[in-house]
Design a protein around this ligand. Structure first.
Ligand SMILES: [Zn+2]
Length: 417
């Protein structure tokens, strides 16, 4: 448990470090790239382009045909020299500057004949002044076409490599949902008015939901148990941790002395239970036990507290997002819900500090109508479809937040998106 927690803590610390690095580089990038000076030299055979920037230009070069052009791709840049009349040499006849819609910019040189790249350098020549030097050599039309073709095939193979990497990344990044069928074996859970056992309906429902989620291309769904076996609450959590779950859903069916009460309830973790004081007291006890696990790493003291708190806050926000989506979806599907269907409780299975967790009570086995519905495969399927839709929406949002692909268009431009 502690080892896993440490692993998680390392991940959180690593993420914080990454976040810091990202923030730092972002701050550095706030300085706009500026083209300070542009000049050319040469003749009809050889042309040198010399451009001075206030920062590392981080350029990408591309050649285009019909007409022959030299393109310098840059991140968003200010072209201070734009107003100046620049004298161009040799086969270069015109220069334009453009801002692309995606926030990048370009310098475009038109040429009167085909050419190829001979040499490129970019170096810091003075304090804060970067010099980009591009040497171009005139070539025959036939050779120019070959240069363009070679460039295209390099771009295609780089794109293929990029696509492959992206596919692999996606494969490794399936959104993992662990579904926990409540109770099992000698722990039958609640007993319905006609004798239906909670452990049986929770397992049946968990399997239906698992099968539906498995059809989703970006979701990997697993069960904590797929037969009539007993699992401790801790073991259920450990299974979710073992699979590095992005989501943990515990399925139950309730029982109460008020036999008219019926409807679905969705629980998320809270420090305050929205139910009875006894449950709250029980939760406090459990929380104390949970904190005891963490106290052994009190050497990290303040930073540990902050990191656990951050992890729990984010986890809590994700849990609430999913609970809200499920309730909205069930409402739209005209499913009977209890009054104030999103409730808060300190159930042990919800106490994963870093895995968003919810607990769904499918209804009340103490109510004849609910019992009939909960054990009806058609009703189970209908509810599972609505829940699976909510999970898909939640997963998309979650994956989008986590996604930060670097999409490289060949050798010429990388766009972080
Ligand atoms: Zn239960």
């Amino acid at each position: 448990m502690l080892f896993i927690f440490f692993k998680r803590l390392q991940t959180i610390m690593f993420c914080s470090a990454v976040l810091f690095a990202v923030c730092s580089s972002y701050a550095a990038e706030l300085k706009t790239l500026e083209l300070l000076r542009l000049r050319t030299a040469g003749d009809m055979h050889h042309v040198q382009v010399i451009a001075l920037f206030n920062e590392n230009p981080d350029y990408k070069i591309i050649l285009l045909a019909n007409p022959a052009r030299l393109i310098i791709n840059l991140r968003a840049a200010k072209f201070t020299v734009q107003q100046e009349k620049i004298r161009l040499h040799g086969f270069l006849e015109d220069v334009r500057y453009s801002m692309m819609s995606d926030g990048y910019s370009r310098m475009i040189f038109n040429a009167t004949s085909g050419f190829k790249l001979e040499h490129i350098t970019a170096e810091l020549v003075q304090n804060q002044i970067w010099q980009l030097v591009i040497d171009l050599v005139s070539v025959s039309e036939m050779e120019f076409q070959r240069v363009i073709q070679k460039q295209q095939s390099q771009r295609d193979s780089a794109k293929k490599r990029g696509d492959k990497i992206q596919k692999n990344q996606l494969k490794n990044r399936l959104f993992t949902v662990v579904i926990d069928a409540g109770h099992g074996d000698f722990d039958s859970g609640a007993i319905g008015v006609s004798g239906i056992l909670e452990k049986e309906v929770t397992l049946a429902f968990a399997k239906v939901l698992r099968d539906l989620l498995q059809r989703e291309p970006n979701i990997h769904a697993l069960l904590t148990r797929d037969n009539d076996m007993f699992l401790r609450l801790n073991e259920r959590i450990m299974i979710a941790r073992h699979y590095e779950a992005d989501l943990f859903i515990s399925i139950h069916a309730d029982h109460i002395n008020v036999d008219s009460l019926r409807g679905v309830t969705v629980y998320t973790l809270s420090e305050k239970s929205s139910d009875t004081l006894e449950e709250l007291a029980e939760y406090e006890n459990k929380k104390a036990a949970l904190l005891k696990d963490f106290s052994s790493i009190s050497d990290f003291s303040e930073i540990t507290d902050i990191l656990i708190d951050l992890a729990m806050r984010e986890t809590q926000a994700f849990s609430i997002d999913l609970a809200t989506r499920i309730i909205d979806s069930l409402k739209k599907g005209n499913v009977h819900l209890i009054k104030n269907p999103h409730r808060y409780a300190g159930f042990r299975v919800l106490q994963n500090p870093d895995i968003p967790s919810i607990l769904i009570e499918l209804g009340y086995l103490s109510n004849a109508e609910d019992e009939k519905k909960i054990s009806d495969p058609q009703w189970q399927k209908k509810i599972a479809v609505l829940i699976a839709e909510s999970i898909r929406g939640h997963a998309d949002m979650h994956m989008w937040k986590k996604t930060s692909f670097l999409d490289c268009d060949g050798l010429y431009m990388c766009i972080a998106r």
